[in-house]
Design a protein around this ligand. Structure first.
Ligand SMILES: [Cu+2]
Length: 134
């Protein structure tokens, strides 16, 4: 099965440049010119990172999250029944979590770069992916 993972990086770069205003020359003496310092400001706005996934109505939200290596991702179950997180690659299933088997949260750390698809071990149609970048 081929699964396509679309990674959307949102980075807005705003560059503001200020050009020095040149004063006009008056009559008579030649004006003294002082070079105005040219100032440039670069602002980079990165996408807001999240390490939180909400589990609600048999769905993971967001279904795909992107985190940096070393991040711990936490799922919070807002349904009235338990879920679990199974790493699709390793088939390792975390404990059931939710209102029946508390706590309602489950956390897993992602130390290495890669794509980590997962699913719910109780409801296999529930799928998601953690994308880990450097
Ligand atoms: Cu489930």
């Amino acid at each position: 099965m081929v699964r396509r993972i679309r990674l959307t990086a949102v980075a807005a770069t705003a560059v503001a440049s200020l050009s020095g205003a040149c004063g006009g020359g008056g009559s008579g003496t030649s004006p003294t010119t002082t070079a105005a310092p040219r100032s440039a400001t670069t602002t980079t706005i990165a996408a807001v990172a999240t390490n939180a996934v909400t589990v609600k109505d048999f769905a993971f939200g967001p279904r795909t999250i992107t985190v940096t290596a070393g991040t711990t991702v936490t799922w919070t179950n807002q349904d009235d029944f338990d879920h679990s997180i199974v790493d699709k690659t390793t088939n390792v299933e975390g404990p059931h979590f939710g209102p029946v088997t508390e706590p309602r949260t489950f956390s897993r750390s992602y130390p290495a770069v890669g794509a980590y698809p997962y699913f719910c071990g109780i409801h296999n149609s529930m799928t998601g992916t953690v994308i880990v970048t450097s």
